[in-house]
Design a protein around this ligand. Structure first.
Ligand code: TRP
Length: 462
């Protein structure tokens, strides 16, 4: 089947690659990855992460790409077309995306807030970085965090919706501009961080391989992180590939997108960890890492105000090219499956996401960054807390990837998937036999293990 007329299509090969890489490169790479690499043992964690991306990440991505491009449909429609009993897997993905967006837009808004704060009022941020973060963004002092919970997340979500209102053309245009800029900024910041006096200790930490630090938690963390970072498990890559022409090479696209995403994560690690070591700051985890902890780093280095501002621009660019991809997954479903007009779907979805998102930020005020209850705070919505993140990273994303690989491995069939990946033999795919075995066996087993382990253990780091 060829692309239906009313659906968008990516204008160029590079446009697709940059858009898919834009989806993958996000808060996960820059805000989550460095902290995890640090806490899970540096070099050894990097090796485990690389192995997981190479084996599981690439194959799940290719499975999603082939389903999407084969059908040229949104996640639900795609699964339905290949086997009507499986459309609920696409539906699960749409739900997951919706939940992720609720908090993603809040954090994206915080990045904009920090761009503004670093330009206009950096002394206030630096006077007490942790208090600034907790009070101004989360309202931990009992005041309502108008900027952190409402104004800036609203701006972020409105921008996301605006870009998506232009369909694939909007995504492609944004990604072709922002992704190269992001790369250059990241390399610049990494060089700056690695040349700080004392940075070599951080570098040594990241390069020192000691496998005794690798335990079950580290492996599970690496697996969950790989899915989140590569945008897998909720049909986003399926939806993006559905806008690709049948002449595009899915084998090389998979390799390129996985490589770019992993490079950005590594660069971010080699930017943040050396800087943290050089300035002697103990890295905190969770929401505050990119905001409160790094403020300490920027304060301590020459030109820190400018470097900090660049960093938050980077975080914002990474976040918006990802949030648009998640929203597109939901909107494509509502438009194509439910017949809702695109603009209306955007407005209704955004309003709901916004309301839940505000509650998310407000609920954080009652916990510190490790989930410990803070006294003396204002409005309470204790049910949210970090619950949304746990729900998506530990359960829903792995579940989505698990069912996708079961579907491709056993229902639709790896032969069909390989045919699609190579455009019916037009492109070379010498690893096809390995792909087959991994999708059928290794992926479902390994992913099933994360889901169970995630529910059984209370992981120290999510
Ligand atoms: N990959 C993005 C990040 O690293 C987040 C993201 C975008 C995502 N689309 C997704 C995560 C789909 C899971 C599924 O921040």
């Amino acid at each position: 089947m060829s692309t239906t007329e009313n659906r968008g299509q990516f204008g160029s090969k590079l446009g697709f690659i940059l858009s898919a890489a834009g989806s993958a490169v996000g808060l996960g790479n820059i805000w989550k990855f460095p902290g995890k690499a640090y806490f899970c043992g540096g070099g050894a964690f990097l090796i485990v992460y690389l192995i997981i991306v190479a084996l599981i990440g690439t194959t799940v991505m290719m499975a999603e790409f082939t389903v999407g491009r084969k059908t040229h449909k949104n996640a639900v429609g795609a699964m339905r077309e290949l086997n009507s009993k499986w459309s609920w897997v696409g539906g699960l993905g749409v739900l997951t995306g919706f939940i992720i967006l609720c908090y993603y837009c809040q954090v994206g808004g915080w990045a904009i807030k920090y761009i503004v704060a670093y330009i206009t009022d950096v002394q206030t941020v630096w006077a007490d970085p942790t208090a600034y973060f907790l009070n101004n963004l989360l309202g931990a002092d009992g005041t309502f965090p108008v900027q952190g919970a409402v104004i800036y997340p609203f701006i972020f979500l409105a921008l996301t919706a605006y870009i998506i209102s232009h369909g694939t053309a909007g995504i492609e245009k944004m990604s072709t501009i922002l992704m190269p800029v992001l790369f250059i900024m990241l390399i610049g910041l990494m060089i700056r961080a690695c040349t700080l006096p004392g940075a070599d200790e951080g570098l040594a930490y990241m390069l020192h391989v000691d496998f005794s630090t690798i335990n079950g938690v580290a492996i599970l963390t690496a697996l969950g992180q790989a899915f989140f970072s590569l945008s897998l498990g909720m049909g986003v890559m399926m939806t993006y590939a559905s806008y690709l022409s049948n002449e595009d090479n899915l084998v090389s696209n998979t390799a390129i997108v996985c490589t770019l995403d992993t490079m950005v994560a590594l660069f971010a690690g080699f930017m943040i960890i050396p800087a943290v070591f050089a300035t002697g700051i103990a890295p905190g985890m969770g929401g505050g890492f990119g905001f409160a902890t790094l403020a300490g780093v920027f304060m301590a280095i020459p030109g820190g105000q400018f470097v900090g501002m660049l960093f938050y621009f980077l975080l914002f660019f990474a976040a918006i090219t990802s949030s648009t991809s998640i929203l597109e997954g939901t909107i494509a479903f509502l438009v194509e499956e439910k017949g809702v007009a695109r603009k209306k779907a955007l407005v209704v979805t955004s309003v709901i996401i916004f309301i839940v998102g505000v509650l998310y930020t407000l609920s954080q005020a009652h916990m510190n960054l490790k989930g410990i209850w803070l006294s003396g705070s204002g409005v309470t919505f204790p049910i949210f807390g970090d619950f949304l993140e746990y729900l998506t990273d530990r359960l829903l994303l792995p579940a989505g990837a698990f069912f996708t690989t079961l579907f491709v491995g056993w229902v639709w069939g790896t032969e069909n998937s390989i045919q699609e990946a190579t455009s019916n033999g037009k492109f070379k795919f010498s690893l096809a036999p390995i792909y087959k075995v991994i999708v059928k066996f290794l992926d479902p087993i390994a992913i099933g293990a994360i889901i169970v382990a995630g529910m059984v253990f209370d992981m120290a780091i999510s």
